[in-house]
Design a protein around this ligand. Structure first.
Ligand code: ADP
Length: 334
């Protein structure tokens, strides 16, 4: 997916990295999590100990990786980054854990996608700072206990509910990231525009913010697309109209819905007459993975009141029909 995809081009990735705030102070919004986290970090600094393990949950692009980097920075600690899908064997994890240095921060993105054996090894590492390394195979296999230096695990997941209970329970602090308000997104955009050397007026920022689905990563990406558009069209100052035209070109509508969001609503409304329909059926129909529909498209559509989850499946709300310019079924039937 072009707009919220997980593999942006190298240049985009470098830009995204450059735009990351480096301190808790510069991190916009999320005041609850920020306040709680700052207490956790301050206390461990005062005690001279590694910070407690931290779990961050929330939809993609809300700042989980950024916070992990900030935690390492504020603790003056080294940072190691890996992800659940990269840890398929317990041995992969053992290799990482056994090379950690004192106080290091280990960030595991998509921690809910780690394999079972790795997960079990992680329990012991988190609790006792120890792992058992299995050497050899079959009857001759022996387990060698290995002491680990104190470290801080920062896990990120799109939904805390996807994590097995025993893993969730081993985190000393869980922070749930919420979608950002338009105001907060404007602050993110202003900062980024300054760094990209772009001229945007207040209404221009507001227009981009309302189309950013409450997500800083999307806000920054839309800003870069607006920059491209303004550059090619020779527009020196981006106002509301310019921002709107640019984003229309990229099929991001006034409510921030992109192609996938609209495809989901369209499938629901037209193929299933509003539902209810199961998530996997919906995913097949729009040609996406179930997890993408569930963690990327759905939370925002639910928040916008366009889609509802019911025990029997997903349903489109009246607002969804209207947003697509379709007649809701009640009025069609009567
Ligand atoms: P996640 O790990 O949750 O998917 P990231 O931490 O990678 O999200 O954030 C994506 C981008 O959004 C980063 O490049 C960063 O610049 C920006 N960003 C995220 N949260 C904030 C924030 N609170 N303030 C400013 N920029 C942010």
């Amino acid at each position: 997916r072009e707009l919220v995809g997980t593999a942006p081009a190298a240049e985009e990735k470098a830009l995204e990295a450059a735009l990351r705030p480096k301190t808790l102070q510069d991190f916009v919004g999320q005041s609850t999590v920020r306040g709680q986290l700052s207490l956790v970090l301050e206390s461990s600094r005062l005690r001279g100990a590694a910070a407690d393990h931290v779990l961050l949950s929330g939809p993609p692009g809300l700042g989980k990786t950024t916070l992990a980097m900030i935690i390492a920075g504020e603790m003056n600690a080294a940072l190691r980054i890996t992800s659940g899908p990269a840890i398929q064997h317990a041995g992969d994890l053992a290799a990482i854990l056994s090379s950690l240095t004192d106080g290091e921060v280990l960030f595991i993105d998509e921690i809910h996608r780690m394999s079972r054996p790795a997960e079990e090894m992680l329990y012991m590492a988190m609790e006792d700072f120890r792992v058992d390394i299995i050497v050899g195979k079959g009857a001759g296999a022996t387990s060698i206990p290995l002491e680990l230096p104190p470290f801080t695990l920062v896990g990120a997941t799109t939904r805390a509910g996807l994590l097995p209970g025993p893993l969730r329970d081993r985190f000393g602090f869980t922070g749930h990231l919420e979608y950002y308000s338009a105001d907060e997104l404007e602050r993110v955009l202003r900062r980024s525009a300054g760094m990209l050397d772009m001229q945007v007026d207040d209404a221009g920022f507001a227009e981009i913010a309302t189309r950013s689905r409450g997500t800083p990563r999307i806000a920054n990406r839309l800003l870069r697309r607006v920059r491209d558009w303004a550059l090619v069209h020779g527009v020196p100052l981006v106002d509301r109209e310019a921002a709107g035209q640019a984003l229309d070109t990229y099929e991001v509508d006034r409510r921030g819905l992109d192609r996938l969001d609209r495809a989901v609503l369209h499938a629901l409304c037209t193929t299933f007459r509003g539902g209810p329909v199961g998530l996997s059926t919906l995913a097949i129909l729009v040609g996406e993975e179930t997890e993408t529909v569930e963690t990327v498209a759905e939370p925002y559509l639910v928040r916008e009141g366009l889609l509802a989850r019911t025990p029997r499946g997903r349903i489109a709300t009246e607002g969804a029909w209207r947003h697509l310019g379709l007649q809701p079924p009640e009025s069609a039937d009567s």
